[in-house]
Design a binder for this molecule. Structure first.
Ligand code: FDA
Length: 304
């Protein structure tokens, strides 16, 4: 728990971020979780995944931009990514963070940037998935996602099972027929807003998962937790919910063994594929989820 908190704390340190992102020593170690530095590298990975029967959602790394020019560049980068996904006939969506679209600077500018991307995605027959960041952003994010859903219909929201408020949010999103990706939650949150114990988070996940499977609009179950995955499969089968009425999602590079099994069993699986230079906060959250990854990283650094 202390190690997890420390890694999440470090994930927000700017000087360490600058050093890590520009260090030739560290970059090769990120390849397990990050599909490349450029869009074309990531598309190469996506094409291979599609060949193996796996869908993708492409994440152009970057969050908490500090100028509106950067926010517009993120939007344009995503529009370019959507067009390439379409050219290559990939079964893919894109995943964005609203702080990458200017949420910290101007809610209105962020709305315009996200609206433009969603409109272009609609024209191309694609979906935009809107990641959920720390709890400070939840109200603003849900407000914008619901607005975009009502105007365009091609967005997916994210719910974090560790938040105490999520049961109410799931009810609201089900009522409005907004598709939801359910994950456990990856940020450092106080006990007043989030469950801290794994057993509590897992219980909340299973509760919300059942609501979404029964009443949600094509939910996405984003987890690598085999116990929960098994429970979802049994619950769906027992309730007569077909394998085409929901999908599983996992992060690129975490459980390749499970990926194969899903496809063989006929479940829909989408991998979250991140790419780009701004990989540090994403990478640190992956280390925090499994401190054994830190040992792996240290061993490789020492080996040089
Ligand atoms: P849990 O952490 O309990 O792990 C279960 C098992 O999975 C572990 O025992 C291990 O085997 C494996 N595992 C998990 N993480 C690993 C890692 N980093 N390295 C190696 N093995 C690992 N969060 C968020 O706050 N906002 C968001 O928008 C999203 N979006 C998102 C999309 C997708 C597709 C996924 C899969 C996840 C997210 N997340 C997220 C992250 C999520 O909240 C959570 O932090 C991670 O998925 C880890 O939780 P698990 O459900 O895998 O369970």
């Amino acid at each position: 728990m202390i190690l997890r908190s420390s890694l999440l704390f470090l994930s927000r340190r700017k000087a360490l971020r600058r050093w890590m992102e520009t260090s030739a020593l560290v970059r090769p170690l990120t390849v397990r979780f990050v599909a490349g530095q450029t869009l074309e590298e990531a598309l190469g990975v996506c094409t291979r995944l599609q060949h193996d029967g796996v869908m993708i959602t492409l994440d152009r790394l970057g969050e908490n931009v500090t100028s509106l020019e950067e926010a517009e560049a993120s939007r344009d980068g995503y529009i370019a990514a959507l067009r390439r996904i379409t050219d290559l006939e990939l079964a893919g969506s894109v995943s964005i963070k609203l702080t990458q679209f200017g949420m910290d600077l101007s809610e209105d500018a962020c709305r315009k940037n996200a609206g433009r991307l969603v409109e272009e995605a609609r024209r191309l027959g694609k979906v935009v998935e809107i990641d959920m960041e720390s709890s400070d952003y939840v109200d603003r994010t849900l407000r914008l996602v619901i607005e975009l859903h009502e105007s365009s219909g091609n967005v997916r929201s994210v719910i974090q099972a560790y938040l105490r408020r999520s049961e109410k949010d799931v009810e609201r999103l089900c009522e409005k027929r907004v598709p939801v990706r359910l994950c456990k939650g990856a940020y450092r949150e106080p006990a007043s807003v989030a469950f801290r114990r794994k057993s509590e988070v897992d219980r909340s996940y299973v509760r919300l998962m059942k609501v979404l499977l029964e009443r949600g609009n094509y939910p996405a179950l984003a987890t690598h937790d085999e116990r929960i995955i098994g429970e979802a499969q049994r619950f769906a089968a027992a309730s007569g919910i077909g394998k085409d009425r929901f999908e599983f999602q996992m992060l690129y590079g975490i459980r390749r063994d499970l990926e194969r099994r899903f496809v063989e069993q006929g479940y829909r699986l989408r991998l979250y594929v991140p790419f780009g230079h701004a990989w540090y906060p994403y990478f640190m959250r992956r280390l925090a989820e499994r401190p054994a990854n830190l040992l792996f990283l240290m061993r490789n650094l020492v080996r040089g």
